[in-house]
Design a protein around this ligand. Structure first.
Ligand code: FAD
Length: 248
């Protein structure tokens, strides 16, 4: 339960505030506004000008407090990312949820985390000394709780000079994926396959030159994924189909 609310005017002030015990950055507040027995303070990030989306060279720089709907509406947002955002949340949630809050609370079934990992997004943070730190999403997601301690995500950057696709299989079109796949190809031939639909974070199946070995990579990455939603054999089969569909 939120018992104290701060609205800092700059990053330095925000970083000082989140260094206090039980004081968390507030994005859209979807998670932090839930009923909880824990009492905590929140630091609202809305006046820190982190809500911009800018194309710089071959990068799209997305501020931490940009909402999922703002990103969906932006002309520079790749179609595959738009598809994943629509799959992530309904309109009401998209209008409130921020990109940083969504990544921090994501799991392996989150379409947004899957596509961001497929795009090999770079996360920019400010540490308690107000210094900038950058980390690739594949290193960020598994350790996000430790990494964000006393730090603020300020930006997420994705490449724009790539071809990407997002495909999934779910019980219904709006349901969370049982298996999802995203394939990204750079002009250099670099090809990256990320799969989702289980566990705490998406899984990197392949990152190499060209698409050779794509099917084997999809199969390997799903060989041990049985849970209450699907058997590993089912996921292996579907992952191969989705990877090939993305490649097309
Ligand atoms: C009950 C419930 C129902 C939900 N329903 C749906 C749903 O229907 N559809 C759906 O897609 N999702 C749903 N979600 C998940 C929801 O989408 C995510 O929780 C949401 O995207 C988080 O975004 P936010 O900006 O509101 O995060 P917040 O609630 O503001 O923050 C979430 C976490 O991220 C941290 N954080 C936020 N910004 C930063 C930053 N810049 N730097 C570091 N840390 C940061 C916060 O401190 C907090 O720990 C639900 C969650 C809950 C709890």
């Amino acid at each position: 339960m939120i018992t104290q609310y701060y609205r800092p005017k700059n990053l330095t002030e925000a970083l000082t505030l989140i260094a206090q015990p039980k004081t968390y950055p507030l994005g859209g507040g979807i998670l932090l506004n839930q009923f909880s027995n824990e009492e905590y303070a929140v630091v609202d990030l809305q006046t820190l000008a982190l809500n911009t989306i800018e194309k710089k060279g071959n990068l799209l720089e997305i501020g931490a407090t940009v909402t999922l709907q703002d990103l969906l509406d932006n002309a520079e947002t790749p179609d595959a990312l738009k598809k994943a955002i629509k799959h992530e949340a309904s309109l009401n949630t998209r209008n409130v949820a921020t990109v940083a809050g969504t990544l921090v609370t994501s799991d392996g079934r989150s379409p947004f985390a899957v596509i961001m990992m497929g795009l090999d997004a770079k996360i920019t943070l400010r540490n308690s000394n107000n210094e900038e730190e950058n980390i690739q999403i594949g290193d960020f997601l598994p350790l996000r709780e430790e990494i964000t301690e006393n730090k603020l995500i300020t930006q997420i950057s994705i490449p724009t000079n790539v071809e990407s696709a997002y495909e999934y299989v779910a019980r219904t079109p709006a349901d969370k994926a049982i298996v999802s796949a995203t394939l990204t190809q750079w002009a250099s031939g670099r090809t990256r396959l990320v799969l989702g639909g289980w566990g705490k974070s998406p899984s990197l199946a392949m990152d190499g030159k060209g698409a050779e070995g794509l099917e084997a990579a999809a199969k390997n990455a799903t060989h041990d994924t049985a849970d209450q939603w699907a058997s590993a054999e089912y996921r292996q089969d579907v992952a191969v189909t989705l990877a090939k569909r993305c490649l097309k």
